[in-house]
Design a protein around this ligand. Sequence first.
Ligand SMILES: [Zn+2]
Length: 347
Amino acid sequence: MQYKDIEQEFINRYKYLYINAKYILAPFIYKETREEKDRFIRRISEFNSRLALSTDDGLSVFIRLIDKKVLSDVESFLLSDIPYNESKLYLELEEKKKDSDFLLECKNNLELLSRENNNIIPNLTKLLKEVKSFIELQSGMLFIRNKKILALEQYQLLDKYKNEDSISYISNNNTWCMVEEKKKRKKKRYNEYQALETSNFINYVSSDAARYDYNGCILTEDQKQDIYLEFHDELPWNLEIECNGSDSKIIKAGNTSPCGNSFYIKEDEIFVNPYDSEHRYYHLCPCCGYMVNIPKEVLTPGVISRIEKRCLDEDYSFERMVKVSHYYSFRDRRIFKQDKIKKLINK
Ligand SMILES: [Zn+2]
């Protein structure tokens, strides 16, 4: 694989697994049997009868140990030089997804897990964690394992992206310490699964040269945000709007007037004017308190439905927000912070 293709391939692999991780994990969702539970309680009671008595009698649902062949396929999918849509994992999974029995089994298992166990979410985060442990326990040279982990951590960095003004970063040193630490704790290794030795992909993605200094990632924050927003119906955290009010039809509070500054729109602070379907959404300017109209086109369907739902609540009723905005016009025009507006709303 050529270096110039690796970035796009990395993104393709991430997106594919983001959507499909549940199909890889679902077959391993398991509900323990009565006998297994009884055996477990008997074993506990041998050394602590009180603990045995207090143990919940219900049957647990969890994701059991994932087959190492599967983990090996996922590792190869993520780190080898084979394009993602020619990989064994991809070809086999796409074939399986044509089978209605397989899809039904996945659906039932996923429903069972979400009903009985809220602590485990069968998503990409979980899958990456499993693959990472799998690599850490492989035999072979620590040097190669570490490079594979560094490459894998790039997927985890992307997976950790949050739509807010902060950068998550995993340092190299952590990885080294962690691998060494695990090496001390767990001696047993998977001799038969040295899996991937190395690849252009691993060499490139794990290298310092491929990563941006400011976020330690091979993608920029904008690239990460774009990928995140493909899967989450949210407003970008850094979406700016100008505080202006040229349209005379837009309602304003008292004699307030726009200050012309730009600010970030926050979904939580947008409120609804229920009497106007055209100019329906507003946001108080954090600089001057002016009610800035947010054009509908800026908002996505999920965002709109959450705002509408929240604004049924009294605290954000339109009349109340008009009063808050009006209150601003009696104050001097020093720069107000967002949290001061919040305090006013809650008064
Ligand atoms: Zn303003």
